[in-house]
Design a protein around this ligand. Structure first.
Ligand code: SF4
Length: 471
């Protein structure tokens, strides 16, 4: 997924204001990526500097504020990115923004999403602008940056025209921010609007963030970027145009289930209320004779409240999360096992001698749930009924989460939900139905490919997409 933020001003912002505003937004998006962080800073004169670090956002903030190479200048704007890698290797070197130069412009891009056919984009860049394109790229971010740069060259160095054409070539999802040396800030969301993006425009200042909650925290009035929309800000006016591909919104339903903050809105739908409804529907279709409902914090909590409200079974915090561990699901693969073991503690008085309904948002790899159930059993729970606020995760995602192969999924090696339940150590396991998940969100159309193997790119099936993924 990843988090992106941006800030640009027509008022010649001070360095500390531009950095502070951009990274304040990004701190509110830390839950979307925790591997590495980067920022691009464009001066009023059009110079662009990029700083990257393998750390959380706050650490970069301290570093760039003291960076004498890029401060002391009047700043036009900044773009920033916190990475959860879904393409290419792990490591801070592949943090965004990606900077491309050589022609009439400099261009820095950061994006949230995943481009399944990035090798096709790279081939496009090589064909349109071989003089500015390297002989290989490591991931989709680099391919995207070189493709936009090549398309811009093809359009007489007009980046808006380049972004209008981009969807013709992309299989995947992107919500992106870009800075040019003109200087100009560009913001774009793919025509399917798979990943979120929102902005605020006030007093010749533009603020952009992956989620509305980040803008809300800074007391900014916000609007979501529509699917297929392109914003361009040169310091004097904000222009809004559409891509040449017609919008066909199919936002990621997993944003509602897990990714997004509960205080965010996505496509006008409150993430909090959608999760509450998921829990409510789940209780109706998968009741349990139990003494207490215990959420798996943090992402299972709101569905658990809904389950408790609908079932009348009291809710109690029987599991305590160590927040300093971060989100295990988006951590590097070699860290997941150890983080899963140490992430949770059990509140014995809540579960001892009780029949417990454990509510979580999803089971993808099963790593965390297995350790957790064992701890609850050792904490004295007599029964463990696991209820999941999303359907069985049966297919990989090619649009922005790091499950690119079916073999990574818990259900891959199991023939039934009952078998999954037994392998995890449950007394019973049940999931919300896809129909009730859709009703919880309430939009006419969403992407639910990871639950149905049906993706918004109808021309390609899972097998074809899997072949295009690099890892
Ligand atoms: S496949 Fe799943 S995780 Fe990926 S975009 Fe679609 S709903 Fe979201």
């Amino acid at each position: 997924m990843c988090g992106i933020s941006a800030y640009a001003s027509g008022n010649r912002a001070s360095y500390s204001r531009a950095i502070g505003r951009t990274l304040s937004l990004l701190i509110e998006l830390q839950h979307r990526g925790q591997e590495s962080v980067g920022i691009g800073v464009a001066s009023v004169s059009g110079d662009i500097k990029v700083v990257k670090k393998g750390s959380l956002v706050l650490s970069l903030y301290e570093e760039v504020l003291g960076n004498s190479n890029i401060k002391e200048r009047e700043v036009f704007g900044c773009i920033a990115h916190t990475r959860y890698s879904t393409s290419g290797r792990y490591g801070w070197e592949l943090a965004h923004p990606e900077l491309v130069s050589g022609g009439r412009l400099k261009l820095a891009i950061a994006f949230n999403g995943n481009i399944a056919n990035y090798r096709d984009l790279f081939a496009l860049a090589r064909s349109l602008a071989p003089e500015y394109t390297p002989s290989y790229v490591e991931n989709d971010t680099q391919a995207l940056a070189y493709a936009v740069y090549a398309l811009a060259k093809d359009e007489g160095w007009d980046v808006v025209e380049a972004l209008k054409r981009l969807p013709e070539y992309v299989i995947g999802a992107y919500s992106l921010v870009a800075l040019t040396s003109e200087p100009r800030l560009l913001v774009a969301r793919d025509p399917r609007g798979i990943r979120p993006l929102a902005y605020s425009y006030v007093d010749k200042e533009v603020y952009v963030a992956s989620e509305t909650a980040a803008l809300q925290v800074l007391d900014l009035d916000w609007r979501e970027v529509r699917a297929g929309e392109i914003l361009s800000f040169d310091g004097s006016a904000l222009e809004v145009t559409d891509s040449v591909v017609a919008p066909d919104p199919s936002p990621c339903v997993f944003e509602y289930v897990y990714f997004s903050r509960p205080d965010s809105y996505f496509n006008g739908v409150s993430v909090y209320l959608s999760r509450l409804k998921m829990g409510w529907y789940l209780a109706r279709e998968a009741p349990a004779e139990a003494d207490v409902v215990v959420p798996v914090p943090d992402s299972g909590r709101i569905a658990a409240i809904g389950y408790s409200m609908a079932s009348g079974i009291p809710l109690a915090e029987g599991i305590i999360v160590n927040k300093y561990v971060g989100r295990v699901f988006i951590s590097a693969p070699d860290q997941r096992d150890v983080l899963s073991r140490i992430k949770y503690g059990v509140v014995r008085p809540v579960v001892e001698g009780k029949r417990v309904v454990v509510v979580d948002d999803s089971i993808v790899r099963g790593t965390t749930m297995r350790f957790l159930l064992d701890k609850l059993r050792r904490g004295g729970a007599t029964k463990l009924y696991v209820r999941i606020a999303s359907p069985p995760f049966t297919c990989p995602c090619y649009m922005g989460i790091d499950v690119a192969s079916r073999r990574e999924l818990l259900l891959w090696s199991k023939t039934s939900v009952e078998e999954v339940g037994r392998s995890l150590g449950t007394d019973s396991l049940a999931y919300i139905s896809l129909r009730n998940l859709e009703l919880s969100v309430g939009l006419p159309k969403v992407c639910h490919g990871c639950f149905s193997c049906s993706y918004p790119f109808s021309e390609l099936r899972a097998f074809d997409l899997e072949k295009k993924i690099s890892r």
